[in-house]
Design a protein around this ligand. Structure first.
Ligand code: HEC
Ligand code: HEC
Length: 90
């Protein structure tokens, strides 16, 4: 038999679990869909296809795509940490 205290704890854990589920769902719905452009297959981007670690490959993206680069991101570009999570390499 569960004590009163234990029951209360189980109930609380269930509520927390529900909140985590809702949070995850919102996160997934907010995530950009698979139509996001891939990392281009061209001379400029070729080196980045070869670097195994995504994190390492991303370190120089902003040299060109940063505000003062040749190909700055448009205003309203989604949060830009981890480029390659969205602009997948194929
Ligand atoms: C040497 C400069 C340079 C670097 C470094 C660079 N890019 Fe680019 N990128 C460009 C230029 C210029 C274009 C536009 C022409 C083209 O598509 O190649 C472009 C285009 C793109 C596009 C296509 C946008 C569209 O409209 O389809 C994506 C996505 C992109 N880059 C992502 C990245 C990511 C991610 C990195 C880092 C891994 C990166 N780039 C590094 C210069 C660069
Ligand atoms: C959260 C997802 C996400 C991340 C992270 C992300 N992008 Fe994007 N990016 C997009 C979407 C969505 C677009 C607009 C539609 C498209 O071009 O596919 C876009 C567009 C672009 C374009 C086309 C020009 C423009 O501004 O519309 C370039 C270049 C680009 N991103 C480069 C980058 C680079 C470099 C990084 C890392 C510093 C990065 N992106 C990180 C989702 C993302």
């Amino acid at each position: 038999m569960q004590s009163h205290r234990q029951k209360k704890k189980t109930w609380l854990l269930n509520i927390i679990f529900a909140f985590v589920c809702v949070g995850l769902l919102i996160f997934l719905l907010e995530a950009p869909d698979e139509t996001t452009s891939f990392l281009p297959q061209d001379e400029i981007h070729a080196p980045f296809h070869l670097i195994k670690s995504k994190k390492e490959a991303e370190t120089t993206c902003l040299d060109c795509h940063g505000p003062s680069g040749d190909a700055p991101l448009q205003e309203g570009h989604p949060p830009k940490y981890r480029c390659l999570f969205c602009h997948k390499r194929i």
